[in-house]
Design a protein around this ligand. Structure first.
Ligand code: ATP
Ligand code: FE2
Length: 328
């Protein structure tokens, strides 16, 4: 069975084609330019509407298949920006109807976890999901993937991008910020903010921007931002691991491509006698292949989304998702 999956929760529209062994036959993405400020949901939706069909054609060609070879259509049903979600849901419905194949609505956060589990070979991980819009620590407990900790305000990536935009870095700022941080020498005190298992980033952003105005070296600020924010992520990840007694950490989301974050997580897991798993970058960021793969395992468990149930869910919680494949 071959599944075509469409991702479109935020900046990125993606089309992935995956088979039942998780061979990624195509995985194409297109991201709206966010350099001029936060993304406007309707502009992003227009971007996705313009790009989703060309991306589909391109992905089918890249995979070397015909549309008739597609046995399942999956789409990101939430959480995310309403107009973006509705655009890709419409594309997915149209494709599944015209091909006469099942449609499956996929939870975006669960998709990050499932593709990571499959491609890295970990079985029962604690996921540190750090992306633009999301920052969550998720693990399997009591039959569901549960969110043990999350950001109380902005996602870590959005915070880094806001800082970068204000100080004149290109968008997205994460990679450039990582390069500058390597030149940092002084660790500047920033408001470390962990509340139980949750984290908050807006106070750190305000403080870092103020210090930048006061003339602190940009390299030192980038270094200090990384050290402070990543230490917070590592702390809540470790606390969740101890709580659920698990010894695998899976990384997901665009921010985990940061080598310093990987290093800090690695030190923590090694001290605990645990292991860290990092999927390839193209599968860490928002992409269609993770949606396609999750659609396949859901469908294999007998799940499909009827047309009348295919409305999007902007606030689709990770722990709302039933996971029959985990119980099998
Ligand atoms: P989501 O809907 O999952 O929140 P998104 O489109 O906002 O998705 P991703 O595609 O997962 O997020 O990741 C993009 C984010 O990752 C951006 O905020 C970007 O700055 C950040 N990022 C990318 N590379 C790095 C890096 N090396 N260091 C830190 N942050 C990075
Ligand atoms: Fe994501």
């Amino acid at each position: 069975m071959i599944c075509l999956g469409i991702e479109g929760t935020a900046h990125t529209v993606g089309v992935g084609i995956v088979d039942q062994d998780c061979k990624v036959m195509a995985n194409l993405t297109k991201m709206i330019d966010g350099s001029k400020g936060g993304i406007h949901p309707r502009e992003a939706a227009n971007h996705h509407a313009e790009n989703v069909v060309p991306l589909m054609h391109e992905a089918v060609a890249k995979a070397g298949i015909a549309y008739d070879d597609i046995g399942l259509v999956a789409f990101s049903q939430g959480p995310g920006l309403g107009p973006c979600l509705r655009t890709v849901a419409t594309a997915a419905r149209a494709l599944s109807l015209s091909l006469g194949v099942d449609l499956v609505g996929v939870n975006h956060c669960v998709a990050h976890l499932e593709i990571g589990r499959k491609v890295t070979g970990c079985t029962d991980p604690t996921l540190l999901y750090a992306s633009g819009g999301n920052t969550q620590v998720i693990a399997y407990a009591g039959g569901r993937y549960r969110v043990f900790g999350e950001t109380l305000d902005v996602g870590i990536g959005n915070m880094l991008d806001k800082f970068g935009r204000s100080v004149g870095l290109p968008f997205p700022s994460g990679p450039q910020l990582e390069r500058l941080a390597r030149e940092g020498k002084e660790l500047i005190d920033l408001p470390y903010s962990v509340k139980g298992m949750d984290v908050a980033f807006s106070g750190i952003l305000t403080a870092a921007l103020q210090l930048h105005k006061q003339g602190k070296r940009l390299e030192d600020l980038c270094f200090s931002l990384q050290e402070t924010c990543f230490a917070m992520l590592v702390e809540v990840t470790e606390r969740a691991m101890a709580h659920v007694e698990k010894n695998e950490v899976l990384l997901g989301g665009g921010v985990v491509q940061n080598k310093r974050l990987q290093e800090m997580v690695r030190i923590m897991v090694e001290e605990r006698g645990a292991r860290m798993f990092v999927p390839p970058g193209s599968l860490c960021v928002d992409n269609g292949a993770m949606i396609a793969w999750t659609g396949l395992i859901m469908n294999k468990s007998g799940l499909k989304t009827r047309l009348e149930d295919s409305v999007v869910n902007q606030r689709f919680r990770t722990d709302e998702v039933d996971l029959p494949w985990m119980k099998a």
